[in-house]
Design a protein around this ligand. Structure first.
Ligand code: DGL
Length: 267
């Protein structure tokens, strides 16, 4: 069972930032990545729509015998994690990108001010707020929706002035400025981490979830004795809608050239 793949999914290619952290930490693991590019962005979809997409993708990953399913998308984690746990019913482990970050806050941010930027879905679900309040460690939490960032990043504008302008509009906010830490609550945002930190003159700690999430996956697999100890590391990168621009941009997210294939999940 340990040689079975890890299935990882996102609305598009942003989740490749998490896949990259996972591959760096667990190079032996076989991986199937699915980006639902036909439905991008998830951040502006209804909860019901995201749940429907997540269930269908999860079924495909279960059919591919994945031992663990990683929801590498904050919007999907916010809208559909509980449903997916029920749906999978123990047939695979399921990990999201929210709980590992909340656990990190629990260990490091008692009585601090923590901000978050993410999609409308992630922010309006209040999932982070609820989990942080439940910690009862006096974190003063504030979340702001920044809906235009993910599409701009997905489209290859991470390094451009377009992002600088969007950051001015979104980040020039008195409450965010007063934060001790800012969570990048979207798996597309690690690509603009440096720009976000620079916007605040590097005075706010910018938390990118990919490494804590990868470490959480390692712990779950280790606890279940499912770590692949043999040389493996086969990777498949699938998308529901293939365009040359997605293919070209994957390298920015995964930091190496990968081969992207169209998978007809919605045909
Ligand atoms: N990567 C997704 C997330 O973490 C957001 C992108 C989208 O809106 O589809 O929320």
């Amino acid at each position: 069972m340990s040689s079975q793949p890890i299935g990882i999914f996102d609305s598009g290619i942003g989740g490749l930032t998490v896949a990259k952290a996972l591959v760096d930490l667990l190079p032996n693991e076989n991986l199937i990545y699915f980006g639902d590019t036909a439905h991008l962005p998830y951040g502006d979809k209804s909860t019901a729509a995201i749940q429907e997409y997540a269930v269908k993708i999860t079924q495909m990953l279960l059919d591919s015998e994945c031992k663990l399913i990683l929801m590498a998308c904050n919007s999907a984690s916010a809208a559909a994690f509980n449903l997916i746990i029920e749906y999978v019913a123990g047939k695979a482990q399921v990990v999201n990108v929210i709980d590992p970050v909340v656990a990190f806050l629990r260990d490091n941010y008692t009585e601090k001010r923590v901000g978050l930027i993410g999609t409308r879905q992630t922010v309006s679900s209040h999932v982070y707020d609820e989990k942080i309040v439940a910690l009862q460690i006096g974190i003063d939490f504030y979340a702001k929706a920044t809906p235009l960032l993910a599409p701009a990043i997905e489209d290859g504008f991470a390094e451009s002035k377009v992002i600088d302008e969007l950051l001015k509009v979104y980040l020039d906010d008195a409450i965010l400025r007063a934060s001790d830490a800012l969570i990048l609550g979207c798996t597309h945002y690690p690509l603009i981490k440096t720009k976000v930190a620079q916007f605040y003159d590097n005075k706010i700690t910018v938390l990118d979830s990919s490494k804590v999430v990868a470490e959480n996956v390692r712990q779950v697999l280790a606890n279940q004795k499912l770590l692949n100890t043999e040389a493996g590391g086969k990777k498949h990168f699938l998308v529901s809608d293939y365009t040359d621009s997605f293919a070209a941009n994957t390298q920015i997210f995964f930091q190496e050239k990968i081969s992207l294939e169209r998978y007809p999940l919605w045909d």
